[in-house]
Design a protein around this ligand. Sequence first.
Ligand code: ZN
Ligand code: ZN
Length: 298
Amino acid sequence: MKGTTMASVGSNTPRDDVSLVMVLMDTNPFFWAGQSPPLTFTLFLQHVLAFFNSILLLHQMNQLVVICTGMNSCELIYDSSNTEYKKNKGIKGPQENVIPSTIIVQQLEDFMTRDQALCKDNNAAMNSHSLLSGSLSMALCYIQRILRGGPSHPQPRILCLQGSPDGPQQYVAVMNAIFSAQRSMVPIDSCIVGNQHSPFLQQASHITGGIYLKPQQPEGLFQFLAMVYATDLHSRRFLQLPRPTGVDFRASCFCHKKTIDMGYVCSVCLSIFCGPSKKCSTCESTFNQKPLSSEKKK
Ligand SMILES: [Zn+2]
Ligand SMILES: [Zn+2]
């Protein structure tokens, strides 16, 4: 029998209220170890898992992908369109009865063990910054695959749940990811769960037209997530969503990866340096020494 509802679900027309939500979750143990009761990692997970379920419940065709941002690595741990988890993880029972939360928690544990083992095995730095540039790139690659898969794809967006401070050494990679997202018209939403603002994500949300918010009451995280970030791109046009209060546009120098207020810019490739030099280390252009004083840039 041809039911009208089923026909509209199976049809190939793109739907602007169907979302592909890529969630980048900060799992840096240095950050989470320092968090006290209003929002410990366990409580954070409770809020976030409820939010994940809400996204999947809001529309039957919504797709959720979770990427973990660790200290030295990042990994795609959950994809709601993938039905292979049960097989791989030996979870018993029919496929429909497997709750996403069970899989996510299990995959998360495995990932965090691997990420921390990287420090011991490869003598990688114990990093208090998370690999945001890596997970942003991973999310964008996934989105590109969906966008090129045909006309009937869901509307992609990225949500960064970030706690640890920005890693200035990732400045160039993060900015490249932001411009790539802007070009593909993918908004980057940011929810800051740490104590300090993230200039990287302020710029990311500002440039890509996403929402940047640092919830004032971390104990109500789920409500912030559900009220602000669960809204699909179509509905956002009709809602009063939080507006940015200010964006920190400061850049990091390419030579020492430090955040600077004033610097020198290569007139050829626009690389930023904290001090004058005779040659650009990025594009190898040689500079005339005389006009250095006038090259200072805000
Ligand atoms: Zn420098
Ligand atoms: Zn240059």
